[in-house]
Design a protein around this ligand. Structure first.
Ligand code: MG
Length: 403
């Protein structure tokens, strides 16, 4: 009989039974294991001797193969079917089972041999695996913000019904989650979501006309994947995080304040009824929020640097420019209006970012496309996964028709 569950210093679960102590390694699966969050999650997992039961990548088959050889998971899934046969052949000398496509991601998400599923895939694609894991009763460490943006209501309602915990990996949401510990949720006044401001902070529209892909990919503080780096440059990332926060912490939109904090040292803060503000600080390194999600509520040494506040000296705070950064205002408007709008702006943004990265549209066009969708589409409700899929397809078709 399990008497008490806790973790040792390596993050392994300790079951204190009536007969003694059993130490069991925590088992995790990582969707999006070759990306920025995925590779850092592997680093954290190795530091704490976690077992890894499954890994997946979109099309990065070479790195996925290397990870599979080193970490010996039960499953790997290559989402893009083009690489499936080659990866399967390459791993034929191992016992790793090779999967592909959405079916493969959902096989991993529904596997019982997993304590926590890290969902760090890019985009809307992450939604169905999240819903599948919730159905299987598996805890989720969520880095895929589009999951909550497109399907916030579905995801939070089904997680509640199944009693499944969703732990945030996004640094701002991890900060808020940490600041909420030990306080009464009903005494919360508001949350303060910090934004780095991205590479184009303080620039006006006319200065952004000739922005190149390389300019937009040059983020001042964080090193991340291409999609999120462009989202940081347009401030869409903060808009998506606004929506994500609404769902994760069950907030009204007017309880969320966004401030630009250029140094990315304060990862977000919360204000209580007594006007006490509690913030979480640290170096800008995703391994801290990843580890917090995986070891929660424990805090052991993280494979990163310590924060030295005197190295920074000054921390600054400013208001965002909602006029220039149209994506941010569009995302906030979308969640305030509700229905399918958050899903529509997210999908329109995914398509627009792809087109920008391919050199087919200008940087400013992303904001124009994303905000135009609010005027072009009538209000519709989202009550099922099919509704999300329909809204997603309509938004993508709308963007493709525009160019
Ligand atoms: Mg973030």
């Amino acid at each position: 009989l399990l008497h008490k569950v806790s973790y040792n210093y390596q993050g392994n679960r300790i079951f204190l039974t009536k007969r003694g102590t059993i130490i069991m390694s925590k088992t995790i699966s990582i969707l999006g294991s070759t990306g920025s969050i995925g590779t850092q999650a592997i680093e954290v997992a190795k530091k704490h001797n976690f077992k890894i039961s499954a890994l997946s990548a979109n099309s990065n088959a070479d790195i996925l193969e290397k990870q599979a050889r080193e970490l010996k998971p039960e499953y790997v899934c290559i989402y893009n079917e083009k690489y499936y046969k080659e990866l399967k052949d390459n791993l034929a000398d191992t016992s790793v089972k090779v999967l592909s496509s959405m079916d493969g991601l959902c096989t991993i998400a529904s596997s019982k041999n997993c304590d926590t599923l890290i969902n760090s895939v890019v985009g809307m694609v992450g939604l169905l695996p999240t819903l599948t894991a919730i159905d299987a009763g598996t805890e989720i460490a969520l880095a895929n913000k589009e999951t909550l943006v497109a399907g916030g209501k579905l995801v939070t309602e089904s997680a509640e019904k199944k009693g499944v915990r969703i732990l945030p990996i996004d640094s701002e949401h991890s900060a808020i989650f940490q600041c909420l510990q030990g306080n009464k949720r009903e005494q919360l006044n508001k949350i303060i979501l910090t934004a780095s401001g991205g590479p184009f902070f303080n620039k006006k529209t006319d200065e952004l006309e000739n922005v190149t892909v390389a300019d937009a990919l040059n983020h001042p503080n964080w090193s991340m994947g291409n999609k999120i780096t462009i989202d940081s440059a347009t401030l869409m990332n903060k808009g998506l995080e606004f929506i994500e926060a609404k769902w994760l912490f069950d907030l009204e939109p007017d309880m969320i304040e966004i401030i630009v904090h250029r140094q990315s040292v304060i990862h977000s803060a919360v204000e209580y009824k007594d006007f006490s503000v509690i913030a979480q600080l640290g170096v800008p390194d995703m391994k801290i929020p990843i580890q917090y999600a995986l070891l929660y509520p424990d805090r052991f040494e993280c494979p990163t640097k310590q924060l030295s506040l005197t190295d920074y000296g000054t921390l600054t705070f400013e208001k965002p420019d909602y006029e220039t950064f149209k994506c941010l205002s569009a995302a906030i408007k979308a969640i305030k209006t509700g229905g399918a709008y958050p899903c529509l702006v997210n999908s329109a943004n995914e398509e627009a970012v792809k087109l920008f990265l391919e050199g087919k549209i200008s940087f400013l066009r992303i904001g124009e496309i994303v905000s135009s969708i609010l005027d072009k589409f009538p209000y519709t409700e989202i009550t099922s996964y099919d509704d999300v899929v329909k809204a997603d397809q309509n938004a993508r078709a709308y963007v493709m028709n525009m160019i």
